[in-house]
Design a binder for this molecule. Structure first.
Ligand code: ADP
Length: 575
C-alpha cells in the first residue's frame, strides 16, 4: 500500500514524538525512583536513629532494645543488628540462630563501614523477598533496617498516574497538531501530485498553493512546466517550418545524425543522387558507399574534425554538382547538393568572353600604339603626321564602338529592368533609321522598304528596338555588297506577337555551319575580311539579346533567291 506524503509526515512526527515521550517517561521515572529512594532512605535513617537510642538505653539486651521500639516503627520493617565483624546479633524477621552467615560483605554494610551509612536494593537470601536495605554505623555495631521494595514501587506507580495522564493528553493534542502541520505541508505536495497526474493539459488548470515556501516551489514548478511546454510548441513549429523549407528548397538537402543515420531529406537530394551515382536509389545512405563521395567521407571521418565546413564538386553525365557539408556541434551534419551546371556554363562563357574581349582589344590598341610610336619617334612632315593620327583616331572609334556594344549586351543581361518599355510606333522608328543611314545606303545603292507595318506599335524599349533594325541594316551595308534591296515585312501576327522578316538581296551566307553560329559573341564569318569592315562581332549578338529581352525569338536563313533573311517576332503588348 502506498502511503501519502501527509500520512508519511504524520508517521514520522508520531514516531519522533513517541520516542521523545518514552525518553521523558524513562527519565522522569528514574528521577522519581531516585527521589523516592532518597526519601525512603531518610525515613530509614530516622528509624535507625530510634533503634540506636533504644540500643543505648537497653545495653544489656539487644533483643529487648529492638522489641521495645517495634511498636513505634512500621510493622513490616526489618531490623538487623550486626556487629563490627559482620555477625548478625539480632534480626526481627528471622528466628535467632538462623542467620549464621557473615554480613560484612553485604553492600550496604561495606558502604556503611566506610562512609557511615549505606543502602542497597536486592532480594534477601534469607527470606527471598526484595528489600531496600539501609545500614548505619553505630558505636560498636551496624544498625540495619529494610523495607520490602515492591510495595514502594507500586506506590510510586500509583502516585505517577497523573503524570502519565498528562503525557497522554499531550500526546493527543500533539497528534492533532501534527495532523494540522502535516496538512499544511502536505497541501502543496498534494496539489503538485494532482498536477503531475493530470493528463489533460494540466497547465490550463488553476492550482492554488498555500502562501509559504513550499507553495512558492509549487508555483515555480508549474511556471517552469508551462514554459517548457511553450518552448516545446515553438520547437515543433520551427521543425515544421524547417520541414517545409527542406521540401520546397531549390537545393538537395539531407540531415544526418552523428552516427550517420539518415534524418530529414528532400526529393531533390534523391534526384541528384540518382544522377551522381548512376543508380536509381531512394536511400540517401548511398553516399557512404558510393565512390563519388569519397572526399566527403574522408572529411567526415578524417582529420578535419576542427573544420565544420567542406565543399567539393562532382561532374557526372554532363552535369555539374556542388556538394557542401556542414557539421554541427553534436557531430551531426547536413549535406547540400546543388546543380550548378548552368552557373558553370555561364562562368565558362564569361571566361571565354573575357578572353575574347582581350583579343578584340588587342588589335586596335596595338595599332594605335604603333601609329603613335612612329609619330613620336621620328620627325615627320605635317602630311604624314596627320595620316598616322587619322589612323590612330579611326582605331579609337573602333575601340569605343566595341566598348559601347559590350556595355549594351551586359546591360541587357544584367540590368534588364533599366530599359523602360512603352508602345513604339514601328514606321516612325524605321523612318528615323532610314534617315540616319541615308548616306551609306545611297553610297552603296541600297534601298530600304517596308510592308504591312502601317500604324502598328510594338511594346518595348525604343532604343533596343532601334538597335535591332540598325544592326541588321549596318550588317547589310558592311557585308552584303552593292545594289541591294532591303525588305522589312510584317508577314504575320497572332494574339500577342507581330512576326517580321528582314531580308536583303546580297551575298548571304552560303555555309550552313556559319548560319548556326551567327548570333554568338565575336563570331565572324570571315575573320580577316569582316574585321577590316569595322564590325565588333557583337552586332547580331545584340540583336538576339534585344529580341529575347522582348520575349521574342529570332532565326537566320538564306533566301532562295540569294541574300540573307532574319525571321523574328516582337510583342504587341506588355506580356
Ligand atoms: P559585326 O558586329 O562584326 O558586324 P555580327 O555579329 O553583326 O558582327 O555579324 C557576324 C557575321 O555575320 C559577320 O562577320 C558577317 O560576316 C556576317 N553577316 C552579318 N550580316 C550579314 C549580311 N546581311 N550578309 C552577309 N553576311 C552577313
Amino acid at each position: 500500500m502506498k502511503i501519502s506524503y501527509k500520512q508519511k509526515l504524520s508517521l514520522y512526527f508520531l514516531v519522533i514524538f513517541a520516542l521523545f515521550t518514552v525518553g521523558i517517561i524513562v527519565f522522569e521515572q528514574s528521577r522519581e525512583t531516585k527521589f523516592r529512594t532518597e526519601a525512603l532512605e531518610e525515613k530509614l535513617d530516622a528509624y535507625t536513629g530510634i533503634i540506636q537510642a533504644s540500643l543505648e538505653k537497653h545495653t544489656d539486651s539487644t533483643q529487648q532494645a529492638i522489641d521495645s521500639v517495634s511498636g513505634l516503627l512500621p510493622e513490616n520493617l526489618r531490623m538487623t543488628i550486626i556487629d563490627r565483624q559482620g555477625k548478625v546479633i539480632c534480626d526481627n524477621a528471622v528466628v535467632k540462630g538462623l542467620l549464621s552467615e557473615n554480613h560484612a560483605e553485604r553492600p550496604e554494610i561495606a558502604q556503611a563501614k566506610i562512609t557511615g551509612s549505606g543502602s542497597n536494593i536486592r532480594t534477601s537470601t534469607t527470606n527471598n523477598q526484595k528489600y531496600l536495605y539501609y545500614a548505619k554505623r553505630s558505636n560498636n555495631c551496624f544498625i540495619r533496617v529494610a523495607l520490602p521494595y515492591d510495595i514502594q514501587v507500586q506506590n510510586f506507580l500509583k502516585s505517577d498516574n497523573t503524570f502519565l495522564y498528562y503525557i497522554l493528553v499531550l500526546f493527543v493534542i500533539t497528534l492533532f497538531l501534527i495532523n494540522y502541520v502535516a496538512d499544511r505541508f502536505g497541501k502543496s505536495i498534494k496539489k503538485l501530485k494532482e498536477f503531475a497526474l493530470e493528463e489533460n493539459e494540466p497547465e490550463k488548470i488553476m492550482y492554488e498553493f498555500p502562501d509559504d515556501e513550499l507553495g512558492e516551489v509549487g508555483r515555480k514548478i508549474i511556471d517552469n512546466y508551462k514554459q517548457i511546454k511553450e518552448r516545446k510548441k515553438e520547437v515543433t513549429l520551427e521543425r515544421e517550418k524547417l520541414l517545409q523549407h527542406v521540401h520546397s528548397s531549390g537545393e538537395g538537402l539531407c540531415f544526418f545524425s552523428s552516427d550517420r543515420k539518415v534524418g530529414l531529406y528532400n526529393g531533390l537530394f534523391i534526384q541528384y543522387l540518382n544522377t551522381i551515382t548512376d543508380e536509381s536509389v531512394s536511400d540517401p545512405a548511398i553516399i557512404f558507399t558510393d565512390a563519388s563521395f569519397e572526399s566527403v567521407l574522408d572529411f567526415l571521418s578524417g582529420t578535419g574534425l576542427n573544420e565544420n565546413y567542406y565543399e567539393t564538386q562532382i561532374k557526372k553525365q554532363g552535369k555539374h554538382f556542388n556538394i557542401r557539408v556542414n557539421t554541427f556541434e553534436d557531430r551531426s551534419f547536413e549535406i547540400i547538393i546543388n546543380d550548378i551546371t548552368r552557373q558553370e556554363k555561364t562562368r565558362l562563357l564569361k571566361q571565354e568572353m573575357t578572353s575574347n574581349i582581350a583579343h578584340e582589344l588587342r588589335t586596335p590598341v596595338t595599332s594605335i600604339r604603333g601609329y603613335l610610336e612612329i609619330a613620336l619617334g621620328q620627325p615627320l612632315d605635317m602630311e604624314k603626321a596627320h595620316d598616322f593620327l587619322t589612323k590612330a583616331h579611326e582605331q579609337t572609334i573602333v575601340l569605343s564602338e566595341l566598348i559601347q556594344d559590350m556595355s549594351l549586351i551586359t546591360k541587357i543581361e544584367e540590368a534588364p529592368a533599366s530599359f523602360k518599355q512603352e508602345p513604339v510606333h514601328i514606321e516612325e522608328l524605321l523612318d528615323s533609321l532610314k534617315n540616319d543611314l541615308e548616306e551609306p545606303l545611297s553610297e552603296k545603292n541600297m534601298h530600304v522598304k517596308w510592308k504591312n507595318t502601317k500604324d502598328i506599335t510594338v511594346y518595348g524599349n525604343r532604343n533596343l528596338l532601334y538597335s535591332i533594325f540598325r544592326n541588321l541594316t549596318d550588317n547589310v551595308i558592311r557585308y552584303a555588297g552593292t545594289d541591294i534591296a532591303i525588305t522589312i515585312n510584317k508577314y504575320n501576327e497572332d494574339k500577342d506577337f507581330y512576326y517580321f522578316s528582314y531580308a536583303d538581296t546580297g551575298i548571304g551566307i552560303p555555309d550552313e555551319y556559319h548560319l548556326n553560329r551567327l548570333f554568338e559573341r565575336f563570331y565572324r564569318v570571315n575573320e580577316g575580311r569582316t574585321r577590316d569592315t569595322g564590325g565588333s562581332g557583337l552586332g547580331l549578338s545584340i540583336v538576339k539579346n534585344a529580341v529575347l529581352f522582348h520575349k521574342g525569338t529570332i532565326v537566320a536563313k538564306n533566301r532562295t533567291g540569294g541574300g540573307l533573311e532574319f525571321l523574328f517576332k516582337l510583342p504587341k503588348t506588355n506580356i
